[in-house]
Design a binder for this molecule. Sequence first.
Ligand code: FAD
Length: 350
Amino acid sequence: MVASDDPGEEIGWASVAWCNASSKVRRGYPDHYVRLNVSGVDSVRALAAELGGSWLEPTGTLEIAAGPEAGRKLAADARRLDREFGYPAEILTRERVAELADVTLRADETAAFFSRDAVVDPVALLGRLAAAYREGGGRLVRDRVVGFERDGAAIRAVRLAGGTALRAEGGGFAAGAWTPDLAAAAGIAVAMLPRDDGRVPGLVAAVGHGGRAPGPMLLFPEVMVRPAGPRRVLLASDRGDGGVGRASTDEELGAVAEVWRRRAAARVPALEGSEVLDLRLGMRALSGDGLTIAGVPSNTVNAYVLTTHSGFTLAPLLGELAAAEICRGEDQDLLTPYRPTRFEKGPGAT
Ligand SMILES: Cc1cc2nc3c(=O)[nH]c(=O)nc-3n(C[C@H](O)[C@H](O)[C@H](O)COP(=O)(O)OP(=O)(O)OC[C@H]3O[C@@H](n4cnc5c(N)ncnc54)[C@H](O)[C@@H]3O)c2cc1C
């Protein structure tokens, strides 16, 4: 169920929608989560083959590290990904960088390429998914959920803003950063960072240019440049969002975007003379430990919570695993580390 008329409108490009496992070692995630993301990338590619439509661009990622220490770390992370997790990673020579993208490596820089990474067009994907769901006989209801009716440990109905109540055999709570609000309306606690936490809001800037498409996803230390069609890229930062938050004014957001645009133009010749077209501030769905939440909460027998950051990498895999648990009652070992109950402090806590 979505609150908007357009299934892609809420998140739209307020997400970088970079389908990857390459960032997960660098960011220090546990091995089980790196493996989940490696499988997630496979599932996204399998979904693209099954669903059709042109929503997945297999760009790969070119990542650049500045200085000897960061260079050694990038090379070590790339080797680990390749050898331990079977995720192809290549340390690049200058010549190979020039083959892959119109980017010149600076003297103290190291580069790696992750060929399995890709980028997703969220609006095209959601449109295709909604169409496939309808073709399969599914009915999409577009309204805001305002409450639930419970009978002891079970949810019995969902109340909608439009005034109707839908009888429910069960409840799925998957509303991104809004999941705790939605679940709280059913008396279920979900441990996620509040939206005013500095790590939750994330800025994405759309930039128009007249040059060649940049080729791969480009990860510079100072800015991310994500291909988004022939004359457009999205810019974001993998290392903080320039201090922007929900209270930031349009001018403040615009100033951060302009700094990113200049940094990107200094690295990618196609972006010289580019301009910021639009800005969006998205909300990251971050749990208390930064990892996925998937499973049945302890106080409700017929509810399932499913929320994650990196949804454009993980959603198809998580969807399949959750469906096996919900519809066939088959516990999925891959989901064991991500149960909602891991945040409970003791017996009786909800
Ligand atoms: C800046 C930024 C960059 C990101 N970059 C990446 C990336 O590069 N790669 C990646 O994989 N992921 C990325 N993500 C994360 C990714 O966007 C999310 O994981 C994904 O959008 C989560 O999907 P979702 O459907 O769970 O939640 P959302 O996309 O947030 O959608 C939640 C939906 O719930 C609906 N909703 C909320 N409350 C109600 C209600 N009461 N009733 C009915 N509907 C309701 C909303 O209308 C909305 O449609 C990024 C996120 C941000 C913010």
